[in-house]
Every structure is written in C-alpha cells, then in structure tokens.
Design a protein around this ligand. Structure first.
Ligand code: C2E
Ligand code: MG
Ligand code: MG
Ligand code: MG
Length: 289
C-alpha cells in the first residue's frame, strides 16, 4: 500500500496532472450536487421517416448549471461514469422515458412513437440493469417495443459472450436495441450478425461531410448496405441539410435525426412541435373561407 501511495505521490508532482485531477474532482462534486438538486433535464429529439413523419424521439440529458447555463452530456457523462453517478442518473432517464411512453400510449396520435435511451457501458454492465429495465417496462405498462436502448460499440470490445447474453435477455422482453455511433468505434463485422440488435445508427461524423468526402459517403453507403443485408433498420444522425437527407435516401437510408428536422427540445416544446406538425398535415392545401 505504501508503494501504491508512493507511486501516486510521484504522479501528482506533475503540475498538469494535478490540475486535471483537481478539475475532475470539482466537476464530480458539481455533478453530484446537480443530481441532488434536480438540475438534470431531458430533452427529446425527433426521429423521422422518409415522408418526414415522426417515428419517435431520442432522450438526451442536459445539465441546467446555475452559473454556466446548459452543459451538454459530452462534458459530464464521462465524469458520471467514473463516479458511478451514471447508475442512478441512467435509471432516472429510463424511468422518465417509460413514464412518457405510458402517457403517449393513451393518445392515438402519439401511441406509435418510440423513445430511444442512451445506455452507457457502465450502466449496461451493472448487475441490476436488466431487472431495472424489466420493472420499468412492466410498471409503466407500455408496449416494450416502444422502448429502444442505444448501446455503443465499445460495449463489444470485451466480454462479448456476456454482452450478447444480456442483449438477448433484453430482446426477449421485447425492447429494441440499437447500436449508436456505428462505424467510429471497435467494429468487427463478423460478429455483427450474432448480435440480437434491431438497428444501426450511422454516426454524425460520416453524415457531416457526406456530400464532399468520398470516404465518408462510402462508409455511410456500406453501413446502409450492411443493414439491408442483415435485415436491420438503419437511421442517420446529425442530418442538417436536405442535400444530406436526399443523398442518404438515395442510398436506401429512410430514417433520420438531425437539426434539419428538429433540435432536441424540452418535453413541453416537443409536444408543441408535434401538435404544429399534426395541424400542418391535417390542414387542407386550399382553405375556403
Ligand atoms: P448521441 O447518442 O450520438 O446523440 C446524438 C448527439 O448529436 C446529441 O448530442 C444531439 O444533440 C446531437 N445532434 C443531433 N442532431 C444533430 C445535428 O443535426 N447536428 C449536430 N451537430 N448535432 C446533432 P448531445 O445531446 O450533446 O449528446 C451527446 C452524447 O451524450 C450522446 O450522443 C450520447 O452518447 C450521450 N448522452 C446523452 N444523453 C445520455 C444519457 O441519458 N445517457 C448516456 N449514457 N449518454 C447520454
Ligand atoms: Mg444516442
Ligand atoms: Mg449517436
Ligand atoms: Mg454520435
């Protein structure tokens, strides 16, 4: 133990490392406080089909910081994982999603919508995760296939057999599984066919320059082909322009998420967005008065 402490002591003589450690500790304390004070919020970003109609939303965490304004998840999810705060936070997102699906299930115009929830590796591997999903879905009484869990490729980097077994448990219950940010992480196409998944999500990184970067276009097209051949759904994230959407559509990708359609919105604004959309489509094209 003395040895270990000694090593740490040496490491912390590096002033830069010391700074990073201090900043991390501060962020962790801040995040713990934010969790206690209910400063975390969920926004929902629409996912749409070929005709622009909504198929569902993705739930995205936000931190309403008292002095910094809204802090995005990229800044605090790593800390949430390191501190294990991701376990209660992730559970809360799951509960919120199921509760919202239960509300929508009562409305004919919303009952078809799905909610995608991001699940971090740490959360997925937590011994109680499967039970939590089961009880969330049961208690809310929702059709399980309205809940979609977004997993990342990093989950597949090790413990593959255990991971597949857990994925099967989730599939047996009827929830849908999506692989988020597909193409940027550790990927081995050979076992993709063994995974009990429903969908691949093309990462924003490939969509961004899809019209100008031949490599990105080729990768996106390959993922779309792969999905067609494996019988998987495919959705592109980060679609910002009609040209990107049209290109993806020509390649055979018929579901999209991105600023072109809608930014992530707090629930109230999402409801307004959906109502406005419904009003626009039910309106006759020429109105007589
Ligand atoms: P992600 O799951 O890949 O989510 C998509 C990200 O792309 C979101 O960033 C979304 O706001 C952003 N985005 C969507 N459309 C566009 C677009 O057209 N252009 C651009 N530039 N960006 C777009 P966000 O909300 O900052 O989330 C970042 C990441 O944080 C997520 O990436 C996800 O990995 C993670 N995350 C968010 N919420 C949760 C959560 O509840 N649990 C866990 N474990 N991770 C979460
Ligand atoms: Mg996601
Ligand atoms: Mg993604
Ligand atoms: Mg992404």
């Amino acid at each position: 133990q003395a040895k270990a402490a000694g090593r740490n002591a040496v490491r912390f003589f590096d002033p830069e490392m010391q700074e990073v450690a201090t900043a991390n500790a501060a962020l962790a304390a801040d995040l713990r406080q934010a969790w206690r004070d209910n400063h975390l919020q969920i926004e929902y970003q629409p996912q749409v089909g070929l005709d622009g109609s909504m198929t569902g939303v993705e739930a995205l965490l936000r931190w309403q910081h008292p002095t910094r304004g809204i802090v995005g998840p990229e800044e605090f999810i790593p800390t949430a994982e390191e501190t294990s705060l991701i376990i209660p936070i992730g559970h809360w997102v799951l509960e919120a999603a199921c509760a919202q699906l239960a509300v929508w299930a009562q409305r004919p115009d919303r009952a078809h919508l799905s909610i995608a929830v991001n699940v971090s590796v740490r959360q997925f591997r937590h011994p109680e995760f499967i039970d939590e999903v089961v009880s969330c879905v049961r208690r809310s009484g929702i059709p399980p296939d309205r809940l979609k869990l977004e997993l990342t490729e990093s989950l597949l980097a090790d413990n593959l057999e255990a991971t597949i077994a857990r994925m099967r448990n989730l599939k047996e219950m009827g929830v849908r599984l999506s692989v988020d940010d597909f193409g940027i992480g550790y990927s081995s196409l050979s076992y993709l066919k063994r995974l009990p998944i429903d969908e691949l999500k093309i990462d924003r990184a490939f969509v961004k320059d899809i019209l100008t970067d031949g490599n990105d276009a080729a990768i996106a097209a390959t993922i779309i082909d792969l999905c067609r051949n494996l019988g998987l759904e495919v959705i592109a994230e980060g679609v910002e322009t009609e040209e990107q959407r049209a290109f993806l559509a020509r390649q055979g990708c018929h579901r999209y998420q991105g600023y072109l359609f809608c930014r992530p919105l707090p629930l109230e604004q999402l409801e307004e967005f959906m109502d406005a959309k419904a009003a626009a489509t039910s309106q006759p094209s020429s109105v007589e008065t």
